[in-house]
Design a protein around this ligand. Structure first.
Ligand SMILES: Cc1cc2nc3c(=O)[nH]c(=O)nc-3n(C[C@H](O)[C@H](O)[C@H](O)COP(=O)(O)OP(=O)(O)OC[C@H]3O[C@@H](n4cnc5c(N)ncnc54)[C@H](O)[C@@H]3O)c2cc1C
Length: 463
């Protein structure tokens, strides 16, 4: 047993990967994984589990890896998470499990996320993830799951294992939610997401794509003539926010949501082999500083941009994106222009973007979010000459369900209100994930899906 520094993750070189859409990080070899797992101190009272929203038995699975029992490690993981290959790649482990690892006090925490990815990838490569038999006793009770993101995938899988007859309705033509349309291929290969979804189908989950609840069926129709006895709503926060400054409707301005959906879900990076085009900016400004902004900036770079400027009104210390994503973006040539607040997007006489006018800021007192607020410096206006702008300043809930379900109570942000049992104002309708919390993380959405599955089971069992 030893502590020390963690094993680095092999990666594509920055000047190679910023020209392709293949995965940036390459994964641990079996030898490296075993070596990394052997760093675990096997604490008597492990803190890491506290940081995991789905309570994975982290010490046990890490111990199994240290013993070279990769199959056993996978079985332990699957007890608590249905998407380990996804979580191992995109969870902000530095703020969750790894944050609580005792080794992190003096050195570096065990690379729990990298080990999770290794175990999941190994199980996928040798077919273990699809061969484990799950005993299901059908109850003959129909449950609808509305949305195809990580929250709904988790709820659907858990409910199916409990014996419910689960149908998942997804508005887009592929299930997966942000995992498919938002997070780029170079961070999360889409074949991995679809493979995990195929595993749900093996459990008997029926996946209906291109079905918009609120249009094709209302929630009450699902509960009425469609015969569903309970519903889980996990429709996410996919409606982009805008800056509300002049010029946002010019040609060459995208919401991050549209830009990433075109590239990821519709395969626009491969145009004309794929039908959907996307603008390839030469000089691109990305407004925002979260994971969505980093994904947009790195995508623009891969589409051939010479300069990608990330424009943010606070400093790097306040950036909400994962540290690893910021680091990767910088290595790939993305330029961070902190302490800049956009004021106007400028165009030529044909209506195409030619620049974004910003004013410099300095940091003032902390605001309601606890972060120091930006204060504009008079007379410091300047222009970034760009031919494309991507707005990545956050997302909120789509209002469709709220508008078509008058008795569904939402808060002033339009997020669905739930009680302590994850139930909405409509009996039998439960909700979770980003549609309840606002834009958050994959693992918190999965945790909500898990909790709701338990509550739905209690609700239906009591009937
Ligand atoms: C670009 C980007 C990068 C991110 N990176 C990370 C990251 O690295 N790590 C991390 O932990 N989190 C990340 N996040 C956040 C994370 O992806 C979300 O918190 C998570 O996906 C929320 O899951 P969800 O299931 O609640 O909703 P979503 O993933 O948004 O899924 C909701 C689904 O419901 C469907 N839907 C909506 N309305 C309807 C309807 N009326 N009928 C049927 N279907 C409907 C939508 O089409 C969508 O597929 C990122 C988000 C974005 C946008």
């Amino acid at each position: 047993m030893r502590g020390g520094m963690r094993n680095p993750m092999p990666e594509q070189p920055a000047d190679v990967r910023n020209k392709n859409f293949e995965e940036v990080t390459l994964g641990y070899s079996p030898e490296t994984a075993v070596d990394e797992a052997q760093r675990c101190l096997h604490c008597k009272v492990p803190q890491c589990v506290k940081g995991c929203p789905v309570n994975i038995d982290i010490p046990d699975f890490v111990h199994a890896v240290a013993e070279k029992d990769f199959a056993g490690a996978f079985t332990i993981l699957k007890k608590k998470t249905s998407l380990p290959a996804v979580c191992g790649r995109v969870c902000p482990q530095e703020n969750q499990c790894e944050k609580h690892c005792i080794l992190g006090i003096k050195g570096e925490p065990v690379a729990i996320g990298r080990l999770e990815r290794f175990v999941a990838d190994t199980a996928r490569a040798n077919g273990q993830d699809r061969s484990e038999h799950v005993d299901i006793t059908p109850k003959g009770i129909k449950v609808a799951v509305v949305g195809g993101g990580p929250s709904c995938l988790t709820a659907a899988g858990d409910l199916a294992k409990m014996g419910y007859d689960v149908t998942l309705f997804e508005a887009l033509h592929k299930a997966g939610g942000v995992l498919m349309y938002g997070i780029p291929e170079f961070r999360l290969p889409k074949t991995i997401v679809q493979h995990e979804i195929e595993g749900l189908k093996d459990l008997g989950v029926k996946i209906m794509t291109d079905v918009i609840i609120g249009r094709t069926f209302t929630l009450h129709e699902l509960l009425g003539e469609e015969g569903f006895k309970a519903i889980y709503v996990g429709t996410g926060a996919g409606l982009p926010h805008f800056l509300r400054i002049p010029g946002e409707n010019l040609d060459g301005v995208y919401s991050a949501n549209e830009f990433l959906t075109r590239v990821n879900l519709m395969g626009a990076w491969d145009f004309p082999h794929r039908a959907t085009p996307v603008c390839h900016g030469k000089d691109v400004a990305v407004v925002g500083a979260g994971n969505v902004a980093m994904d947009s900036a790195r995508t623009a770079k891969r589409l051939g941009a010479e300069h990608v400027y990330v424009v943010y009104r606070r400093s790097e210390a306040e950036m909400p994106a994962r540290k690893e994503e910021i680091q990767h973006a910088k290595e790939e040539g993305v330029e961070l222009h902190m302490l800049n607040n956009p004021q106007e997007i400028i165009s030529n006489d044909k209506g195409w973007v030619t620049g974004i006018k910003c004013i410099r800021t300095k940091l003032g007192e902390p605001d309601a979010s606890g972060r120091r607020s930006p204060v504009e410096i008079p007379g410091s206006e300047h222009v970034f000459n760009v031919d494309m702008v991507v707005i990545a300043i956050g997302q909120g809930p789509n209002p469709l369900l709220r508008h078509t379900t008058p008795d569904l109570v939402t808060n002033k942000k339009g997020l669905i209100t739930i009680d302590d049992h994850e139930e909405t104002s409509i009996p039998g309708v439960f909700a979770g994930g980003d549609i309840v919390t606002g834009a958050a993380t994959v693992i918190s959405a999965m945790g909500a899906g898990k909790a709701a599955a338990i509550e739905i089971d209690k609700y239906l069992s009591s009937k």
